[in-house]
Write a protein that binds this ligand. Structure first.
Ligand code: NDP
Length: 249
């Protein structure tokens, strides 16, 4: 990516690790000014700051628990107050609390729905008004192939990720007339903290199911998000794009 996001302001939830950190790096490479929300800062924060300054941009960590509705809304407002705009919003933060439905605690259901789906709604609601007023913006919500195909032991996670798809398509229709685009990225098995806990036998079984015969990298997902963030994708909205090595074929 060249400096095609120069002058744009991006907000990324869950930018401290995994896919979100790769998204921050991709947007910085595009010369965007990036704000990210997470409970802890990225290990690379100091390095990112140096790199952003070289590109004439900036990167800011805003310590936020996005499951706290008031805190999440306040973080969005703080970015709008400081920057006057949000051009790109990436709702990436997400969690799992796996278990078979027969044994699933209500608390595990609620935690996953709140972090993955409700927080996406809260952050979108807070940011979209400014985008509508500016007559432009790109929202990218991160779902999962699990939201499309289902997965045993992940009813809560699958429900949250399928919810993101319905939410995003509806929002895309609400705001398209004002020049705001909303798309969904649905990753397959990506090497991050979230999937590293899998045992080796399961991991090999997963790879056997993937037509491209490898798990994905965070960069595989971030590249697509970078494309959807910028003007090269200006005629794409309401789509669910899978980055899964062909898993969902
Ligand atoms: P990680 O567990 O590696 O990172 C999760 C990120 O979300 C961290 O930055 C974490 O920051 C942040 N986060 C979690 N809870 C909160 C919270 N309450 N408030 C603020 N930030 C929070 O996850 P991945 O990178 O693997 O996943 C990123 C997204 O991609 C998720 O939505 C996930 O569902 C989705 N996905 C991942 C796949 C995979 O194979 N890895 C496959 C399909 C989808 P901190 O802990 O500092 O708050």
């Amino acid at each position: 990516m060249g400096a095609e996001l120069s002058g744009k302001v991006a907000l990324v939830t869950g930018g401290s690790r995994g896919i979100g950190a790769a998204v921050v790096e991709t947007l910085l490479r595009g010369a965007a000014t990036v704000h990210y929300l997470s409970r802890s800062p990225a290990d690379k924060q100091a390095e990112w700051e140096r790199r952003a300054a070289d590109a004439g941009a900036a990167v800011h960590w805003r310590q936020t628990d996005i499951t706290d509705e008031d805190a999440a809304a306040a973080a969005v407002d703080a970015v709008l107050e400081e920057q006057g705009r949000i051009d790109v919003l990436v709702n990436n933060a997400g969690i799992t609390r796996d278990g078979l439905v027969m044994r699933m605690k209500r608390a595990d259901w609620d935690a996953v729905l709140t972090a993955n789906l409700t927080a996406t709604f809260v952050v979108c609601r807070q940011a979209v008004r400014a985008m509508v007023r500016a007559r432009g913006g790109s929202i990218i919500n991160v779902s999962s192939v699990t939201g499309l195909r289902g997965n045993p032991g992940q009813t809560n996670y699958a429900a949250s990720k399928a919810g993101i798809i319905g939410f995003s398509k509806s929002l895309a229709k609400e705001v398209a007339g004002r020049g705001v685009r909303v798309n969904v990225v649905a990753p397959g098995y990506i090497d991050t903290d979230m999937t590293r806990s899998m045992n080796e036998a399961i991991r090999q079984a997963v790879i056997d199911m993937i037509p491209l015969k490898r798990t994905g990298t965070v960069a595989d997902v971030a590249e697509l998000i970078g494309f959807l963030a910028g003007d090269r994708s200006s005629y794409i909205t309401g789509q669910v794009i899978q980055v899964d090595g062909g898993l969902a074929i």
